[in-house]
Design a protein around this ligand. Structure first.
Ligand code: UDP
Length: 239
């Protein structure tokens, strides 16, 4: 039997990497479909669900800048990459029979609605999954910071940070077999122990706005609903 969800309004952060499955780049249809089904189920549990999508499966500004493109322009390309992922995710969620709306921080009105706080709150209130594209809309930031920013302005109860591992460890569990997983941590403990949970700007914003961050693995199907119901393994970072 399913347990009552722990939070009323969530912002999920999905990296582009989470959408490429076993491929080296781009989108893997069955991976996108599985995550879309999970997000649709979260919405059907009655949880107001927003998801910030990354773009690293297509393009990252820092990598672009290394090839000689000026950083701000490379970041524009990166933001466009997140729009591609958002449109794919919006479609995949709709295909599950669940309403979804992509909103872009970079206005592209012929492709999707431009982001505004009011529009996002309106769609969330209607039970639609809101897919947030374009990160913060500014170069030199990341979609992690976009997730923290949206969580703050939409008064989300938690940021669900999807990763490839089932929480925050004292060291890299792939390299150090003695690494131990934290069940809970405070934002301050994470800083004191030098644990990189999100990038610095994102983490600072979450800490300042006192928004908890739940770090969990997106690898298992249904991972989002599992953590919403307190079932999945994860680390909860709280004020
Ligand atoms: N980006 C940006 N501003 C933002 C968010 C993203 O310029 O607010 C650009 C940046 O170039 C970044 C790329 O978009 O490398 C893709 O985002 P991110 O690296 O966060 O994606 P992820 O690693 O989560 O897939």
């Amino acid at each position: 039997s399913d347990k009552k969800p722990r939070w009323r309004r969530i912002v999920v952060k999905l990296s582009g990497e989470a959408l490429m499955g076993k491929a080296s780049h781009g989108l893997d249809a069955s991976t996108v479909e599985a995550i879309a089904a999970d997000l649709a189920s979260a919405a059907r549990l009655g949880v107001e669900t927003a998801v910030v999508v990354g773009g690293g499966n297509f393009f990252r500004g820092i990598a672009g800048a290394e090839t000689g493109i000026e950083r701000a322009r490379a970041d524009s390309i990166g933001m466009l990459a997140t729009v591609m992922n958002a449109l794919a995710m919006e479609y995949a969620i709709e295909k599950q029979g669940q309403a979804a709306r992509a909103l872009s921080a970079v206005a592209m009105p012929s492709l999707c609605e431009p982001y505004s706080r009011q529009a996002a709150l309106h769609h969330l209130g209607k039970g639609r999954v809101v897919v947030l594209a374009g990160g913060t809309g500014n170069p030199f930031f990341t979609t992690d910071t976009g997730a923290a920013l949206r969580a703050a302005e939409l008064s989300a109860d938690v940021i669900l940070k999807a990763t490839q591992v089932d929480g925050v460890y004292s060291a890299d569990p792939k390299r150090d077999p003695a690494a131990r997983r934290y069940e809970t941590l405070t934002h301050d403990e994470a800083i004191a122990r030098n644990l990189a949970i999100m990038d610095t700007a994102a983490f600072a914003l979450a800490r300042e706005t006192k928004i908890p961050i739940l770090v969990f693995s997106i690898k298992e199907p249904g991972a989002i609903c599992a953590v919403l119901q307190g079932k999945g393994r994860a680390t909860l970072v709280t004020p």
